[in-house]
Design a protein around this ligand. Structure first.
Ligand code: ADE
Ligand code: ZN
Length: 336
């Protein structure tokens, strides 16, 4: 391991942008398909990995929703979540805020309770091992707002264990404005608000997410950089951006990590963080993302410390919890 990789490995960090369905490794896909007697159109995990070539977000989403079809039981959701939590703990993550897409499952007649209870049981078990977490329910933006509202109502009995709502899936043609009512309802229920915006969609979608959805955190946000006044506003408001370098590369949002906007984001004073998005599909977990972008952009240890601190500052932990994690990073740096 290089000095920088060793430094990254030991750095305490949080992950704020992770789709649990996107942590489904090909080997697990086969195991779940076998135990649930679901046919999948692949013969081996290698064949599955070879199919993971995407030219845009929609290419990926088509395969991602197909993969999720093997998830059927509460135990599947428990095992999926547990495997991710073990993997990210090995990257020295101390806290995670994870997304799930209930509509992907309820549309296949998998009950909401199987999904939520399996995930929450795994999060609780990991808490006993020192990993804290928050769960974020994402609405699929290619569906209509009435479906999102029905999903929020389905989730009502679990809302004491769900920290917030998010918005994901096909961005182009599905602007944040489509979901302003369900976001208002979520806010009335005391939930935190996040949304994917400016991944493939224009900077205008980021403005809508701020002005119409009143988001607390911005997922991706890359294309904000096309609008200097928006960048100033995001920086002045200490808005956290959950940036996903390997995802951006695999979905052709950037053609080369050397062209990744993370450096410009930090230079503009944006509170950027590093995350893995859908690690099983994009070829890397949390530290792989740190390592890849640090190498491509020649990030310094000071940059990496800023990014790791941002991951806690941008979390939905309490101020006291954030301060404890930031102090742990300072202690790590002093001893490294
Ligand atoms: N669902 C899972 N990953 C996503 C991404 N990167 N963008 C939008 N929706 C997603
Ligand atoms: Zn995402």
């Amino acid at each position: 391991m290089s000095d920088l990789a060793t430094f990254i490995a030991g750095l305490p960090k949080a992950e704020l942008h992770l789709h649990l369905e996107g942590s489904l490794e090909p080997e697990q896909m086969f195991a779940f398909a076998q135990r649930n007697k679901v046919d999948i159109p692949f013969k081996s995990a290698e064949e599955v990995r070879a199919a993971y070539r995407f030219s845009n977000l929609q290419d990926f989403l088509d395969i991602y929703y197909q993969g999720a079809n093997v998830l059927r039981t509460e135990q599947d959701f428990y095992d999926l979540t547990s495997a991710y939590l073990s993997r990210v703990a090995a990257d020295n993550a101390k806290h995670v805020e994870v997304f799930f897409d209930p509509q992907t499952h309820t549309a296949r007649s998998i009950p909401f309770c199987a999904v939520a209870d399996g995930i929450l049981r795994a999060l609780k078990d990991a808490e006993a091992r020192g990993m804290t977490s928050k769960l974020i329910l994402c609405f699929l933006r290619h569906l209509d707002e009435a479906d999102a509202i029905a999903t929020l109502k389905d989730a009502e009995p679990w809302l004491d264990r769900i920290a917030g709502v998010g918005l994901d899936s096909s961005e182009k043609g599905n602007p944040p404005s489509k979901f302003r009512n369900v976001y208002r309802m979520a806010k009335e229920r005391g939930l935190k608000l996040v949304a994917h915006a400016g991944e493939e969609g224009p900077a205008e979608y980021v403005r809508e997410a701020l002005d119409l959805l009143h988001i607390d955190r911005l997922d991706h946000g890359n294309r904000s950089l096309e609008d200097p006044a928006l960048v100033k506003r995001l920086a002045a408001g200490h808005m956290t951006l959950t940036v996903c370098p390997l995802s951006n590369l695999k979905l052709c949002i950037v053609s080369d990590l050397k062209q990744h906007p993370l450096r410009s984001m930090l230079d503009a004073g944006l509170r950027a963080t590093i995350n893995s998005d859908d690690p099983a599909y994009f070829g890397g977990y949390l530290n792989d993302n740190y390592n890849a972008v640090a190498t491509a952009l020649n990030l310094t240890r000071a940059d990496l410390v800023t990014l790791a601190k941002n991951s806690f500052l941008g979390s939905f932990l309490s101020d006291a919890e954030k301060a404890t994690h930031v102090a742990a990073i300072d202690a790590y740096v002093a001893g490294a």
